[in-house]
Design a protein around this ligand. Structure first.
Ligand code: FES
Ligand code: FES
Length: 169
């Protein structure tokens, strides 16, 4: 089945078996290996990408379900020459060790800040009428779908706070 995708601003046509996950389509058919395969079962978040601005585990969705959708991977957030604010913050705060979870962490954190900006509450938001804060509990809850086996969590939280703070400048 042919599927038209807008990936990182480029129109791509995928011609693959209908059972191909979006993650396998990106990595094996379209040459975008930034999103990682950790578990392939929706448990680790290493494969997180953005679809129409919202985060999703690319291993849990079929590519053919996204005809016409706008997909952003870590490659589309920024480049080595022009890092996105979140990418820059991860570098500045050492928000990784091996780096395997990092593309997923950064895609997830980028969308997460937009969710907070839109006022979406999480499971731990105390005051549902106020803009959610960026305390450790909120960030921990909202990033709980992204595991880091190197346990770089404290630095990841610092990086996210830094990026959020720079957003408001
Ligand atoms: S590879 Fe998709 S959640 Fe682990
Ligand atoms: S930096 Fe190694 S798994 Fe997160």
């Amino acid at each position: 089945m042919k599927t038209d995708l807008l990936i990182n601003g480029n129109r791509r046509t995928l011609d693959a078996d209908n059972r191909t996950s979006l993650l396998d389509a990106l990595r094996h058919h379209l040459g975008l290996t930034g999103a990682k395969k950790g578990c392939d079962h929706g448990q680790c978040g290493a494969c997180t990408v953005l679809i129409n601005g919202r985060r999703i585990n690319a291993c849990l969705t079929l590519a053919c379900m996204h005809d016409g959708d706008e997909i952003t991977t870590i490659e589309g957030l920024g480049s080595a020459e022009a890092l996105s604010p979140m990418q820059r913050a991860f570098v500045n705060h050492d928000g990784f060790q091996c780096g395997y979870c990092t593309p997923g962490q950064i895609c997830s954190a980028t969308a997460m800040l937009e969710e907070i900006e839109a006022g979406w509450p999480s499971h731990v938001t105390a005051d549902m009428t106020a803009k959610p804060s960026l305390d450790e509990h909120e960030i921990g809850e909202r990033m709980s779908g992204n595991l880091c086996r190197c346990a770089a969590y404290p630095n990841i939280v610092d990086a996210i706070r830094d990026a959020a703070w720079r957003d408001q400048e």
